[in-house]
Design a protein around this ligand. Structure first.
Ligand code: SAH
Ligand code: F3S
Length: 471
């Protein structure tokens, strides 16, 4: 693969400074909700807008344009955004020239309805229309409502270098696929993000080189289902891409998200085992523990298949932490089904989980074909049981780390104490320890002394890095 000449590359910092130095440039403020993919998309939007003469701001009070990058995956995600619109509406009332744009999944899902329901919205732009955002802004400046919700089969924003605003340049997202073809029966993503497509590997590697040149130490490769990454009819598949990225610089940590059980291969595990810099962490959403539910969810695998994948992880990568996503109270879920979810959680011993109540999404297979018939109290009670069990499992998993030493990539200063730093282990566990800010962005050896279910506590193993004991 090609080595890129990055001498001519202009860093995010330089691009922002240049854009913001133009006195007449209109200012864009973006607020991002939802998944990591949205974070990455907002960085692509930054880049597109800067290239079209806009400056960036972190203060909506001085913005000329406000974009909200939205999530539709559950009803409460959309409710949150509608509430936020009320607050941002005040900005528009005090400065009527300000333009408000809803971009991302909610824009795609609701289309024209959004401008009818939310009078303050001027621009509606789906995830595949970001190259036209400056045109939509121009249209809206002319007094019209501007809408582009066309989905594409090709758009990957491949050659666009995202403009990252992160304060400490430690960890960056790089998207490798867009869209999803899985059509899980509960999920709105295939409708809001369109068909699955893979980004050209050379452009991914170029972006990795760029972030390395900016001093980043960790990259997370993103896709709704990274295991389906496929360039040029199998020429480069996910395991190969992972290898290419890992070899780019062995000092850089590599993570990825999200894996899909049906498509998750041993080949990926062997690649992970081969490269020290690929982190020992896999997020493998199971959603539910019973075959009944998995079938209704159209996940395409059984409980047994999933457990076989878990066994493969534990055999090939014994130090690997595993996390998951779980949905409580899907259509017709019985107490037995729910118990199977709890039992599966115990059997796997997840280090972490993202847990949700089922939320009906319009247009999905489940909405059209099944009844949302689990009573709200039952859903809540089952979710609480799932959360409580996961707390116990997380604590058990963390306790196993006490007295062990980990290489930690230091990410920043702890929110609770300015004398403490935090970072993550290869297993994606957050660890807090005493240290000085000059260690941010470096690897440091930390011994774990205690833990909660959410965090590891420890101290650096080298005496000169110690300020005082953590206890
Ligand atoms: N493959 C994606 C999944 C996107 S949605 C990824 O990259 O993360 C993230 C999680 O939200 C899903 O795994 C699922 O657990 C949850 N989810 C999706 N649709 C949902 C719904 N209708 N109700 C509740 N939770 C849902
Ligand atoms: Fe959604 Fe299933 Fe794709 S959860 S994003 S349809 S893998």
């Amino acid at each position: 693969m090609k080595v890129f000449d990055i001498k001519n590359y202009i860093s995010s910092e330089q691009k922002i400074a240049k854009a913001n130095s133009k006195p007449d440039a209109k200012k864009l403020y973006i607020e991002t909700y939802g998944c990591q993919m949205n974070v990455a998309d907002s960085e692509t939007v930054n880049s597109i807008m800067i290239d079209n003469g806009y400056a960036l701001t972190s203060d909506y009070n001085e913005a000329d344009i406000i974009f909200i990058n939205t999530c539709s995956v559950r009803d409460n995600a959309e409710k949150k955004i509608r509430n936020r619109l009320k607050v941002l509406g005040f900005v528009k009332r005090s400065r009527p020239g300000v333009l408000i744009g809803i971009i991302g999944c909610m824009a795609e899902r609701l289309k024209e309805k959004l401008v009818e329901e939310e009078k303050l919205v001027d621009i509606v732009a789906g995830p595949d229309s970001y190259r036209t955002l400056h045109k939509l802004v121009a249209e809206a400046e002319g007094g019209q409502k501007a809408i582009n919700v066309l989905l594409s089969r090709e758009e990957t924003y491949a050659e666009i270098s995202p403009v990252r605003k992160s304060a400490n340049r430690v960890s960056a997202f790089v998207s490798i696929t867009r869209g999803c073809d899985n059509m899980c029966s509960f999920c709105v993503v295939p409708f809001t993000r369109g068909r699955e497509r893979s980004r050209e590997p050379e452009t991914i590697l170029r972006e990795v080189d760029e972030i390395l040149s900016e001093g980043y130490k960790e990259v997370t490769l993103l896709g709704q289902n990274v295991d389906k990454y496929n360039w040029n009819n199998g020429e480069v598949k996910f395991a190969k891409l992972l290898e290419l990225v890992a070899e780019r610089n062995t000092e850089m940590r590599v993570r990825f998200s999200t894996s899909y059980p049906q498509d998750f291969t041993d080949e990926v595990l062997h690649t992970m085992a081969k490269y020290e810099n690929i982190c020992n962490y896999i997020h493998l959403p199971v959603q539910a523990g019973s075959n009944n539910m998995l079938e209704k969810m159209k996940r395409g695998y059984t409980r047994e298949w999933y457990l076989n994948r878990i066994q493969a992880i534990k055999t090939i990568l014994p130090d690997c932490a595993i996390s998951t996503d779980l949905i409580a109270g899907f259509c017709s879920e019985t107490e037995e089904d729910h118990k199977e979810t709890l039992a599966l959680m115990e059997e796997v011993g997840y280090a972490n989980a993202y847990m949700f109540k089922y939320s009906v999404r319009e247009g999905t297979f489940a909405e059209k074909n099944f009844k949302d018939d689990v009573p709200e109290e039952t859903k809540s009670r089952r979710l609480t049981e799932i959360i409580n069990l996961q707390s116990k499992l997380s604590l058990e998993s963390n306790k196993k780390d006490v007295n062990k030493t980990f290489t930690v990539l230091v990410e920043g200063i702890s929110k609770k104490s300015s004398e403490r730093l935090y970072g993550r282990t290869s297993q994606n566990k957050v660890i807090v320890f005493s240290g000085k800010p000059d260690k941010i962005g470096t690897y440091i050896k930390v011994i774990v002394t205690s833990c909660t279910s959410a965090t590891l506590l420890g101290h650096v193993t080298r005496e000169d890095d110690l300020i005082h004991s953590i206890n």
